[in-house]
Design a protein around this ligand. Structure first.
Ligand code: HAM
Length: 440
């Protein structure tokens, strides 16, 4: 016998039968939104080439990847996120698709993060990406979809943390800071190390005035999105490109507030995200009961060309489905529906096993989910077992039923019981199902 640990690798989770209904419900909600907003679903392999993430993912991701070599010595990774693989599709197999193209995905991602509440080494992303549109409506759409998701998932009380790295990048470009150095500055800001970011800007900058402008924006206090944006526009008024980026945010917010409650949009002028491919609008979503992002995204206009495709703009976001599930269970104590068969079929004597087996088939042919109990037991025990498993109906057959060619069918909720003759099981099961559908 080999001795194998009975738990999955550290930081990874099995999804157990009791958890699966909620997991599945969240996935179904994401798929409903794909259909509702016109996203076509795609799937890519869990294993990708290292190089896909090497250039534009940022240190946070690069330092936390599962990296290994295949038999030919190629460096492979377990995907840490999905935007780069989707950009790979758009650069390659989907390069002839008419633009804009909307793609959706549900995928497990892997990061060697230090495990803690809400931070796992394997987690699901439900993502939405639009390629081929620079228009603010494409950015605003992300806010609408995420808002819709939160309502459907049952997360009440949440806020959007809004930012725009285009404003920071414009200021840095205007003082001669190259794109790779900009990435490093933004990575520091993402980790809350704003002072170090400012210091780096001062060192790299060709103009102290520009560095001061950068600091003023980065240190501006967060607040209601539209009002705070008015302040930022005044601050950057002298820098044409930065002002243009701020105006872009204004347009995104104006479009988004046609559907999303403006009071939940909070602009953080000093906000940056860990991934270095972002070029403009960015956001994250926070529930009231935990200080961790339930999802996030933004605009990444250079990514498709970075992975070898044409210069196509892109914007999108990912919902952290595993984190949302933990949030719903632990912070909102949502009740989970259990997966249980509708009908539980039990033979009450050995000579009824064959007939009970056939009865179960009739129920299933009528469309009722049916679980068969292989061991014979008493009627009292059968009721106990059926209730424990959460079935609504119990079908029992013993010697008495076999002699009379009937099956006893008990409604465990209404506590009534009737007999159905064998030939009528299929039809009666159909009628029963219709009744349930009408009453639910
Ligand atoms: P991200 O912020 O790295 O963005 O991940 C998105 C969400 O995934 C996070 O907000 C969080 O809810 C969840 N998440 C991240 N790491 C973990 C973890 N270790 N355990 C559990 N949940 C986690 C991206 O990955 C971008 N690709 C999003 C995007 C799409 N941007 C544009 N399009």
């Amino acid at each position: 016998m080999v001795s194998v640990p009975l738990s999955p690798p550290r930081g990874m989770d099995d999804i157990l039968p009791d958890e699966m209904p909620l997991h599945r419900r969240l996935l179904e909600t994401v798929r409903q939104l794909f259909r509702l907003y016109g996203y076509r679903e795609v799937e890519t392999p869990t294993v990708e080439y290292f190089e896909l993430f090497a250039v534009k993912s940022g240190e946070d991701i690069l330092g936390h990847m599962y990296v290994f070599k295949d038999a030919h010595g190629r460096q492979l990774v377990l995907r840490p996120e999905m935007t780069a693989p989707i950009a790979r599709l758009v650069a390659g197999k989907l390069s002839r698709s008419p633009l804009p193209i909307r793609l959706g995905y549900i995928a497990d991602c892997y990061r060697l993060d230090e495990p803690q509440w809400g931070r796992r080494r394997r987690f699901y992303h439900g993502g939405f990406e639009i390629f081929g549109s620079s228009h603010a409506s494409a950015d605003a759409e992300g806010l609408l979809i995420f808002d819709d998701f939160m309502k459907r998932a049952g997360v009440s009380e949440y806020t959007f943390k809004i930012g725009h790295v285009g404003v920071h990048r414009a200021i840095m470009s205007s003082i001669g800071i190259e794109s790779e150095d900009q990435d490093r500055v933004l990575a520091l800001m993402d980790r809350g190390r704003t002072e170090e970011a400012e210091k780096m800007v001062r060192q790299l900058s060709k103009s102290q005035e520009g560095a001061m402008l950068f600091s003023e924006v980065a240190n501006h206090k967060p607040g209601p999105a539209l009002e705070t944006l008015t302040d930022i526009k005044e601050i950057v008024a002298g820098n044409e490109r930065a002002l243009g980026e701020a105006q872009n945010l204004q347009e995104i917010l104006s479009l988004a507030t046609s559907a999303v409650d403006p009071s939940i949009l909070v602009y953080h002028p000093g906000f940056a995200r860990g991934l270095s491919y972002y070029t403009g609008f960015i956001f994250e979503v926070y529930g009231r009961h935990a200080d961790v992002a339930l999802g996030g995204g933004g605009r990444y206009d250079g990514l498709v060309s970075t992975v070898g495709g044409p210069n196509i703009p892109g914007v999108g976001f990912a919902i952290g489905l595993t984190r949302v599930m933990q949030y719903l269970l632990d912070k909102m104590a949502v009740k989970v529906d259990h997966d249980s068969a509708l009908v539980y079929v039990v033979p009450l004597s050995d000579d009824a096993v064959g007939e009970a087996f056939k009865v179960a088939t009739q129920f299933r042919r009528a469309g009722a989910s049916t679980e068969f109990e292989p061991s014979v037991c008493s009627a009292v025990e059968a009721i106990r077992r059926a209730e424990r498993r959460g079935a609504r109906f119990l079908a029992m057959l013993g010697r008495r039923e076999i002699e009379r060619k009937v099956v006893s069918v008990r409604d465990l909720e209404r506590r009534v019981q009737e007999e159905w003759v064998f030939e009528e099981v299929y039809e009666k099961a159909k009628t029963l199902l219709k009744g349930i559908r009408v009453s639910t």
